[in-house]
Design a protein around this ligand. Structure first.
Ligand code: TNX
Length: 519
């Protein structure tokens, strides 16, 4: 008895009360208690619902990886020191409560996403503490009630310009989960490379996958369908939806290299940039590609691109077959032809019961509002956002400023796209969207969330990828999850500094805005 008391006192002495609860993104509400919970190799973890056992295992692995502490799985229902409780009440997807008391930790939620995010918050608190020599790790009592601001918390990776491969993508998915991001938009096709195996048209990958942009390799780099199944399953475990993008009718050069018969005209500067809208067979070809792609992704969402076709339509207007088609259909300009093309491909997507996703150029067309999500990227054209909302489209906000992570993130840096010195700092990302988008628009239920886009024209290595992504991904997470009222830039930067030790531990090459020696 005496010994126990002494042990408790000793333990108490190593428990350092953290000033902040270092959780990114900041939870909706946090209250602090005075006691402590000690986590160690004897701590049991269990659940009232066997469908949560996979989450228990996931959490055990993460805690072991981070701290070498092996939690004991209890398969006999409630009564564990850490209890995961699925409740029957209804609440929004991802909402949870996390209660840490001296004797007991409870994570409860009405959906699995919520349990998962509760565990992620707990994991972040665990990572923030140091275990003593006996492997006891002290957690401060607290009660957190949390829920996400947006259901779309996205990150886009461009793997056409540079290909990073399965391992890097999985690492990215790990960090997305760590920050409660839940939509991975995968830009798989573009001018520089086609990165997805399509069995019906194998040359797309084997020829289109040969890089032709600062990557001088002659080996085709792409994801096989098995790779894709593997990555999708990995994402599902982390409550991340993977959305493929097959960009059309522009940005099609890599595909056109593989199957030139569907290329839509050629003009100096942008040769083979577009698919051919005057060839009836193009539509069947792309429909086949869309169908095969759709079958690989449980998301039932296909991003059709639709951006920057203007670079290619010059080729359209010079092509006699295309001009003849426009005349026959009574189109008074290439824009109309573009809309016609896009609508036909969108119809293919909806015929598969999937949603159409598209860059904001598509707002001017006639896609069905109840089946379309528009990605507003041209921040210099706020009218596109107004129009999208007016036409009742759901919208993901991903304006180039501040959400393009290929742009410079600080003065003095050379890595990144330099657009007259424009900067996308981590704090700019953090402060989005409330200072940039009007309150009236932000109140619209049609705005489903926000997303950052990592274009990789200039990102040639994994190290550079990390440097562009970290720590801006943390700013993105809090912008997408935390309500405007709960955001606090100063507190965020403190938490960020604390998080850097996790980047260091993971070997991430990040930019440190508080240390000018980083480059
Ligand atoms: C515009 S955003 C593009 C991309 C480029 C990016 C570079 C968009 C829909 N199209 O093709 O990679 O700018 O910042």
């Amino acid at each position: 008895m005496k010994f126990k008391l002494l042990a408790a006192l000793l333990l108490f002495s190593v428990c350092v009360k953290a000033q902040n609860l270092n959780i990114i993104p900041q939870p909706q509400s946090v209250s602090r208690g005075v006691g402590q919970f000690y986590l160690n190799n004897r701590t049991t973890i269990g659940t009232n619902d066997t469908t949560l056992l996979a989450l228990v295992t996931y959490f055990q692995k993460e805690v072991y990886k981070a701290k070498g502490i092996a939690l004991v799985q209890n398969s006999t229902g409630s009564g564990s020191l850490i209890d995961l409780v699925l409740t029957s009440s209804s609440s929004i997807t991802g909402a949870y409560t996390l209660n840490i008391a001296a004797e007991h930790i409870t994570v409860s939620a009405s959906n699995k996403e919520g349990i998962f995010y509760g565990l992620i918050s707990l994991l972040q608190l665990i990572k923030d503490q140091q275990a003593d020599n006996d492997n006891n790790l002290c957690l401060q009592d607290c009660r957190i009630a949390d829920a996400p601001r947006y259901q779309w918390r996205g990150l886009m990776l461009d793997e056409s310009r540079h290909f990073f491969g399965k391992q890097k993508v999985k690492q990215l998915l790990d960090w997305m989960a760590y920050y409660k991001l839940n939509k991975f938009h995968w830009h798989l096709t573009d001018v520089q490379g086609w990165r997805i195996e399509i069995k019906k048209y194998p040359k797309l990958a084997t020829i289109g996958g040969i890089g032709n942009y600062s990557d001088t390799s002659v080996e085709a780099k792409y994801y096989t369908q098995d790779d894709i199944h593997d990555i999708v399953a990995y994402a599902v475990q982390r409550f991340i939806t993977v959305i493929p993008e097959i960009d059309m009718p522009g940005h099609a050069t890599a595909a056109n290299k593989a199957y030139p018969e569907f290329s839509g005209g050629s003009v100096a500067g942008y040769p083979n940039f577009t698919f051919n809208p005057a060839n009836e067979k193009t539509y069947q070809y792309l429909a086949d590609i869309i169908k095969e792609t759709n079958s690989l992704f449980p998301a039932h969402m296909i991003h059709l691109g639709g951006d920057e076709v203007a670079y290619g339509v010059k080729a359209w207007s010079l092509d006699t077959a295309i001009a003849r088609m426009m005349q026959k259909k009574n189109f008074d300009g290439v824009n109309q032809l573009e809309q016609y093309f896009f609508k036909r491909m969108a119809d293919t997507v909806t015929s598969l019961n999937s949603k159409i996703l598209a860059w904001d150029e598509a707002t001017g067309g006639n896609l069905p509002p109840d089946k379309t999500i528009i990605f507003w990227w041209r921040q210099n054209l706020p009218g596109q956002l107004h129009l999208a909302l007016q036409k009742n489209y759901q919208v993901v906000l991903c304006p180039r400023l501040p959400l393009y992570f290929d742009f410079l993130q600080d003065t003095g840096l050379v890595a990144g796209r330099n657009w007259n010195g424009v900067l996308n700092r981590v704090t700019d990302v953090y402060n989005f969207p409330d200072r940039q988008v009007s309150a009236e628009e932000l109140n619209s239920k049609l705005i489903v969330g926000i997303q950052a886009n990592l274009w990789t024209e200039r990102i040639e290595s994994e190290k550079r990828l990390d440097f562009m992504l970290f720590p801006r991904i943390a700013g993105l997470a809090e912008a997408a999850w935390t309500s405007a009222e709960q955001k606090n830039e100063l507190a965020f930067t403190d938490k960020l500094k604390a998080d850097f030790k996790n980047y260091d531990a993971a070997g991430i090459y990040y930019y440190n805005p508080f240390d000018p020696s980083f480059h």
